[in-house]
Design a protein around this ligand. Sequence first.
Ligand code: FAD
Ligand code: SF4
Ligand code: SF4
Length: 462
Amino acid sequence: MPNMSPKKAEMPKQPAEIRKRNFLEVATGYTKEVAMEEATRCLNCKHRPCVSGCPVHIRIPDFIKEVAAGNFEQAYDVIHQSSSLPAVCGRVCPQESQCEARCVRGIKDEPVGIGRLERFVADWHNAQEESAVSKPVSNGRKVAVIGSGPSGLTCAGDLAKKGYDVTVFEALHLAGGVLVYGIPEFRLPKSIVQQEVDTLRKLGVKIETNMVIGRVLSIDELMDEQGFEAVFIGTGAGLPRFMNIPGENFCGVYSANEFLTRTNLMKAYKEDAATPIMHAKRVAVVGGGNVAMDAARSAMRLGADTVYIVYRRSEEELPARAEEIEHAKEEGVVFHMLSNPLEILGDENEFVTGMRIQKMALGEPDASGRRRPVPVEGSEELLDVDAVIMAIGTSPNPLIKSTTKGLETQRWGGIVADEHGATTREGVFAGGDAVSGAATVILAMGAGKTAAAAIDEYLSKK
Ligand code: FAD
Ligand code: SF4
Ligand code: SF4
């Protein structure tokens, strides 16, 4: 008999009052007993709707069945056939709009905690004695991967397993992309990403950090002079957008990318860190996605008394993961919905002293299908803040395009690539946010996998 409990087994987490002042992981994970109990809520449905909700089609009922039977390593094997980053995706996937959105149990009650179970299985596997990773026999053919985010890491891993001589070129001093510089430690411990990077090294992948392709070396040089027969571009979309309102150049205005990079990658929150960051007391974060929630919750952990989320649509349209919104609220972040910044105010030394905002109402749906926010006349308000963080989106950096012959991009900067990741330049493939614009970890990982298969096919015919 399946367990008909209407609710998912509770995820243990640090109390809000304590966690809002530390960078330790918020949710501490299921025990094996709780995981087995939650797994018995799955009905093992014949038509498997949950599988079609997962962008990489993990055989969800099969892995959950193994969890219910206590066969955790077998459960891991099932997941690993489709996903190379389960400990990451179990934590950060927007399950409520993917796998769990299609779960039959979710029609009447809460869906099965698929993400929580995936996280449990991956953590259980990672905690076991390390199994030796055998280095595949080399086929001697060189492939370059540019960028070490989820798309690049996945592409590199899949190609290395097939015997390619893979070098990853990463602009920053640490590999992992957004997983290390963007998503904070309290949501995704960096040791998990490090473990993935270490596994790649054991497979023989070379990782060269501090290598900005397009500056230090170009793709043309890699292919024409250094013997790389194919290239994968997984450079993400890290170029922040701003609103172009007065005062955006004042001291105390950050892009979310800069703020989170200083906090996460450069550990600015540690007392002995050399990286400067403003420990503001009253912070406004503009935006409503995961990036905005991460920035707001990080500002709180850096010592802010008041943190506002300023978002121009209503709560219903907030694009962040439901869990992050819930956690941010529990930690005391104040949500200013239907509000649009007009101007950032500063003192005579150009330090932020406040932000003028205008109330919005929702009008007719726009091209995205969401109702367009329209200003409400005479509804201006003043927010008393000493720092503003802009989290209103990012675009791909134009550096690669401007230094690579024959590489076409869209008007907004995304690299043009077909469904296999092939770009307009022969031998050059691309995937992840660099192609799609800012999206999700699982989609970037899937694109890296698809491109690795296409690169293998391309080189096998060459
Ligand atoms: P990235 O992860 O951006 O990696 C690109 C890498 O390329 C970077 O390391 C960069 O330094 C490097 N690079 C760039 N240019 C060059 C160059 N010229 N030479 C060499 N290297 C270069 N997604 C979710 O699914 N769930 C979440 O909860 C979530 N939260 C997020 C929170 C934040 C703060 C951010 C910023 C994003 C979040 N995302 C989330 C989105 C997700 O992280 C991205 O969609 C994903 O990381 C994209 O992967 P990628 O491999 O395309 O690129
Ligand atoms: Fe769900 Fe993401 Fe896991 Fe797929 S990878 S099953 S969408 S949590
Ligand atoms: Fe199990 Fe839900 Fe998938 Fe059905 S839809 S197999 S209940 S996870």
